[in-house]
Write a protein that binds this ligand. Sequence first.
Ligand code: GAL
Length: 440
Amino acid sequence: MWWLLPSVFLVSGANALLRPDDVGRAPALGWNSWNAYNCEIDADKILTAANEVVNLGLKSLGYEYINIDDCWSVKSGRDPTTKRIIPDPDKFPNGISGVADEIHALGLKLGIYSSAGTTTCAGYPASLGYETIDAQSFAEWGVDYLKYDNCGVPDNLTDTYTYCVPDSTDGSFFPNGTCVNLTDAAPAGYNWATSTTAKRYMRMRNALLSVNRTILYSLCDWGQADVNDWGNETGNSWRMSGDITPKWSRIAEIANENSFLMNYANYYGYPDPDMLEVGNGNLTVAENRAHFALWAAMKSPLIIGTPLDTIDPTHLTILSNKPLLTFHQDPAVGRPAYPYKWGYNADWTFDPAHPAEYWSGPSPALGGTLIVMVNTEETTQTRTAFWKEVPELKELYTAGKKGFKVVDGWSGNDLGCVRDKYSLKLGAHDAGVLVVGDSC
Ligand code: GAL
């Protein structure tokens, strides 16, 4: 199988699920209905979002997928004859294909949702046992992206062992994957790619690869069954945690978990810390900024989850940040930013409230190095990037290049030639973004 070939000649993670036409190569950019509307969806809302992606300039920044989440079909069951899932005629009078046509006419792509079980999380028909039929429907309708959830799993298909997902264990998890007090933990050396969870997801992958349309495959198993080990060969992104909520504590908690997974992220395969909450709940402007900066730096899929027809201009500005999007989509470097210093904590500390605060990564498209500094504390604090500590700069610095050209990534202000270090005063839960260019 071509997708199992080691990708030694390509810049991507080993065993990544390579797709034609660069689909899934860089992390996905788009919008999804769930965080904005939950089950209250219809064609109007989806098409409004699509039109706004164009009108607000988000399409020209690269946002392309418009994704329908749970609750799009007739809940009572499949068509008794064809066994196909039936789009809800009240919500989608022209079917999913009608929506797809309009979205394609805007130069955008359409995503849909199902689950590797008999029902979705909201109780609608899902794809277990019907993978090929559903993949064929999606392809015929013009679907370009499938988010595949983990609800409705029959009792006889649950895993033999329990994998320790960090956020379900309330602090009893350690980043090396060990759990305390887990009575049904897998024996050492257990290969989670052979688990029933992995198999359920691989069945849909095979079905998608068998249809005559390229459909980006986004796994949503909430980090279970050690998906970081087999997600890369199975899909183009994989959720590594439970659901996000529009609260800083939850955003920090997921960022902390994902910070330990950055070696898994590269072209065609990305750990997914869940969709964006920018614009939702009572997040402060600072928190919205830090959320977006961290998600972009981690090369998470950036899937907007707020109603776009009423979006606050401040939130739109955050989602439109060019340096972060340029870094995120860099055509020459697949790896994300890595934490280079934890700051508040000693390096490599697993702390749900205080994730790593100092991140950096190379980006030719950006003309240098991205640095993100976060203040995870509750009060205003100073955070300083010392060039001698930044992995991308330290060699030059040691060789005598003490100054670098710096631009503030939020304001776009040219900070000129900055020697040795740059400090920012950051409010609670805020993030600074620096673009560091040539030495000077
Ligand atoms: C969850 C999933 C959410 C959303 C929801 C729909 O399992 O993580 O992102 O899709 O189901 O019911």
